[in-house]
Every structure is written in structure tokens, then in C-alpha cells.
Design a binder for this molecule. Structure first.
Ligand code: SAH
Length: 478
């Protein structure tokens, strides 16, 4: 330990892009390519500089100077903060690198870039290179952690024992990770996996570490084949924390339909899980019930959540769910136990595959149609086709359409600015945009429309979801 405290260690992470213009990396990282910037961290200093900054290739270097002497002397840290360092292994370079990533590249880590918002959300060619990265488990471990995430991994191995006796007998590697990926994802992977590689953390691991792991593991950890190992190592083998993290991960893990289910889970998480969706379905159900409708359509019914609520209401004598995804319909069929319903119930409900882009005779003759969180999945140029399919050809007496209110997105801290709630969303509208669109429809197809908010309403930005209710205008009044 004494030895450790006398050493000053450095650790280097470079991030390179060949995305053109490559110097945009400076915007993404919020660090100007022409300057060297230094940051005081509680374990030493971090320096950011650009060894190369050309339009075709740009590299940002993050160099850590870890100063264990400063650490132990406190340098402005409270004794409380010090305690874990002293009681635990004195320092471990790799988890300091994670801390540095979150403190020096924090905005990029969270996917925010005010000046280049689209670029922050775009997969670009990136290369991350570590010099002297400690890794327990060697090459195999490096590959096991990074390859499932799509990285091409290059490893040079060397032992540093003589140079750094304090670091014991561990093996150190120079590791290069290449991938076409969003910078925020690269940084999240590094943030979580670097300390996992080292299998030690320099601070006490408490339950807030579970939150950090889940936050930075969002969207990839649940489906990572080594998620158990990652979770155990990240949480320093504290079994209760590991169990908690894994239990919560399962909620987000892909069920059967890899892609879309994963994204649904993400959206549900952003929308504070089931509650908003339940409110939305409840609102739609009550509007449908109030309308007196008996024959109802659920267009883009997905896994049948609304269908099962409709089925419980005897008022609805004929229910038809339509979705383009066979897989979603299979789940719906299972959830609704269609093959086990008593015949009287079974007669009331049908589900069928169909696209809302095509005129469909099966949709005719219904009193009401619900289109819940579907339009934002349609390409804007094709919305006009959907409008005709529903309002001109199917022509129900009334229709309810819900869609996210984009203005509300600022209320969710976990949702970076400019990003949609679900990766498959083609757009998210403000209240004014939705109302303009819906009013145009009402006018063109002979309906009247009113709007209702769904979810808690904020004075400035409105409610998280919005609903338009269309009622057909009796022909003689048109
Ligand atoms: N209404 C459901 C599902 C919403 S998710 C609910 O609220 O739980 C959006 C659904 O729209 C998905 O199930 C997707 O398969 C479906 N969808 C997307 N494009 C479609 C299209 N062109 N035609 C029919 N369904 C479509």
C-alpha cells in the first residue's frame, strides 16, 4: 500500500473518428480541438487534448494523472469521501477512468450535443484505444465483453510488472475497439466495462452503483450474453446488489421480438413504465365506452393490451385488432388466450394481420376505431395513405388517435434532448402539430375533432401524451 501511494500513474484513452468532418468530434465531446484542457478530479488530474485534428481524422486523448499521495492527503476531499480509498484497495486506475469519462465527457456520455444534436444520435466510425488497460481474465475476457456489442477488438499484450511493481502481477493490454456506433453508446460501454475488466473498484459500492449500472447499461446490458458476469464484477460481487440489478434488468430484457421489444421496454422506461400507458389505454377505453360504440377496431393493436380491456366490456360486441406484425399478433393471441375462450366470447373478437397503408374491406362497418401510439411509427410521407384508409374507406362513426406530445420530453431527465422516446418513432409532434394535422383530417373527411391530454399536465409543456377524438358529422349537416 505504501508503494502504491508513492506512485503517480497515467492512463490514456484516445477516441478517434473518421466521420467527415472528423473535427466535429470536438463538438460531440464539448472539448475544443485547439486547446489542452485540464480538470481537477479528486484522485488527480485529467487532461484532454487532440493529437490529431484534421477533417478526415480526428483523435481526442484523455490522459489521467492519478496521484495517490494527493488522494490520501485529501486535497479538499472530506474524510468521509476518503475513507473508502483508505479502507479499500488504495486506487485502481481503471475505475478512475470511468469517473473521468463521466466527469470530463459527461454531456457526451448522456448523448447530448446542443450544436450537433443529429450527429450525437448518429452511428459514426469510432475507435477507442487504451494504453495499459488492466484486465483480469485476459484476452478472452476482453473479447467476451466487447465483441457481443459489435466491436472489432485488437489486443496487444504486455506485462508491466517490473515497470509498475505496485500493480502486482496483473496483465496489462493495449486495446483498440472499433465500431460504427453513437458516441454516447461507446462511452456508456466503456464507463461500465472498464471497471468490470479490472474487477476492482476504488470506492465503496452501494446501491447507487446499481442505479449507475442500470442507467449506463440501458439498451444493451439486458441483452448482453455476459450480463451476469458484468453485473457481479461491476457491483464488486455484492450478492444482494447483484440480485437487485439482475432482477430489474429482466424487466428490460428482450422477450421474444428482439429489436422492437427492446425498444418498447426503453420507451416504457422513459415513460415511467406501465403507468402512462395504462392511463392512455384507460382514457381510450372510457372514450370508446362513452361513445356508445359496439363494433370497434383497434388499429396497430400490438400485443393486444387494449383488446383485452375491450373484451372485458360486454358493450363491445364485435372487436377487430389489426397489426402489421405477425409476431405482435401471436403474442396478442396468447395473452388473450384466444384458443381457450368460451365460444360466446370467442365470437366477439378477431385479430388479423394488415397494414394501415392499404385500403382494407375488413375495416368497414365499425362504430369506432382506436389508433393508440401508432401514427408516430408511420413515415410522414405515407401518413396521407393512412388517413384515407381510416377516414375515407373504413369510415367509422368515431375514432380516437393518441400520440406522444413532444413538448413533454424535456420533463424526462433520462431522455436526452432531441431524442425520441422510441427508436422506431418517425416523428414526435408538439400539441400544435398534432392539432393541425387532426383538424385537417376532420375538415377533409367530414368529422369534428376535439383534443384531450393524457397523463399529468404541466403548465408549460402539457401532458406526456395527447389524444384526438373524431366524431363523424352527420351527412345532412355537412
Ligand atoms: N396500440 C398498441 C401498440 C402500439 S406500438 C399499444 O398501444 O399497446 C405500434 C404498433 O403499430 C406496433 O404493434 C406496430 O407493429 C404497429 N404498426 C406499425 N406500422 C403499422 C402499419 N403500417 N400497419 C399496421 N400496424 C402497424
Amino acid at each position: 500500500m505504501e508503494n502504491d501511494q508513492q506512485e503517480t500513474k497515467t492512463m490514456l484513452l484516445t477516441i478517434t473518428t473518421t466521420h467527415s468532418p472528423a473535427t466535429d468530434l470536438g463538438y460531440l465531446l464539448y472539448k475544443h480541438p485547439d486547446r489542452v484542457q485540464s480538470f481537477e478530479l479528486n484522485f488527480g488530474q485529467a487532461h484532454v487534448f487532440y493529437p490529431e485534428a484534421k477533417p478526415e481524422r480526428c483523435t481526442a486523448a484523455l490522459l489521467l494523472d492519478i496521484n495517490p499521495v494527493g488522494l490520501v492527503r485529501g486535497r479538499g476531499m472530506s474524510t468521509f469521501a476518503l475513507e473508502p480509498y483508505v479502507n479499500d484497495r488504495p486506487y485502481v486506475a481503471s475505475s478512475f477512468m470511468s469517473v473521468a469519462i463521466s466527469q470530463v465527457y459527461g454531456t457526451a456520455l448522456s448523448g447530448i450535443c446542443k450544436t450537433r444534436p443529429e450527429l450525437a444520435q448518429t452511428a459514426i466510425p469510432l475507435e477507442a484505444k487504451f494504453t495499459a488497460l488492466p484486465c483480469r481474465g485476459g484476452e478472452a475476457m476482453l473479447r467476451k465483453l466487447f465483441e457481443p456489442l459489435g466491436y472489432a477488438v485488437t489486443i496487444e499484450c504486455y506485462l508491466l510488472d517490473e515497470t509498475f511493481p505496485a500493480w502486482g502481477e496483473s496483465t496489462y493490454y493495449t486495446v483498440t475497439l472499433c465500431h460504427t456506433i453513437r458516441l454516447t453508446d461507446l462511452l456508456s460501454h466503456l464507463y461500465v466495462l472498464i471497471p468490470v475488466l479490472d474487477d476492482e473498484k476504488h470506492y465503496y459500492v452501494g446501491s447507487d452503483e446499481v442505479e449507475k449500472l442500470l442507467r449506463h447499461g440501458e439498451g444493451w446490458l439486458a441483452s448482453h450474453p455476459a450480463k451476469e458476469l458484468i453485473t457481479a464484477r461491476y457491483l464488486k460481487h455484492q450478492h444482494s446488489l447483484k440480485r437487485e440489478a439482475l432482477a430489474r434488468l429482466v424487466e428490460d430484457s428482450p422477450r421474444i421480438d428482439e429489436e422492437s421489444d427492446e425498444h418498447d421496454a426503453e420507451e416504457a422506461k422513459i415513460e415511467e413504465r406501465v403507468s402512462l400507458h395504462q392511463q392512455r389505454l384507460g382514457a381510450v377505453l372510457s372514450v370508446l365506452k362513452n361513445s356508445g360504440a359496439q363494433r370497434v377496431l383497434d388499429l396497430g393493436c400490438g400485443e393486444g393490451r387494449l383488446l383485452s380491456m375491450l373484451l372485458q366490456e360486454p358493450q363491445f360486441t364485435s372487436i377487430l385488432g389489426i397489426d402489421v406484425s405477425i409476431h405482435a399478433l401471436e403474442i396478442a393471441s396468447e395473452k388473450l388466450r384466444l384458443d381457450r375462450l368460451p365460444p360466446k366470447q370467442r365470437e366477439r373478437i378477431q385479430i388479423a394481420q394488415g397494414s394501415l397503408m392499404y385500403r382494407d374491406a375488413r375495416l368497414k362497418g365499425f362504430d369506432a376505431a382506436a389508433v393508440v401510439e401508432v401514427i408516430e411509427h408511420l413515415d410522414p410521407p405515407r401518413l396521407a395513405a393512412f388517413e384515407r384508409v381510416l377516414f375515407e374507406f373504413a369510415h367509422p362513426t368515431m375514432a380516437v388517435i393518441t400520440t406522444p406530445n413532444a413538448e413533454y420530453n424535456v420533463m424526462w431527465e433520462s431522455l436526452p434532448a432531441g431524442r425520441f422516446r422510441h427508436r422506431d418513432h418517425r416523428f414526435e409532434w408538439t400539441r400544435a402539430e398534432f392539432q393541425t394535422w387532426a383538424s385537417g383530417i376532420a375538415e377533409r373527411f367530414g368529422y369534428q375533432v376535439r383534443f384531450l391530454p393524457i397523463g399529468p399536465e404541466d403548465l408549460q409543456v402539457g401532458s406526456p401524451s395527447q389524444m384526438a377524438i373524431f366524431d363523424i358529422v352527420a351527412t345532412e349537416n355537412v
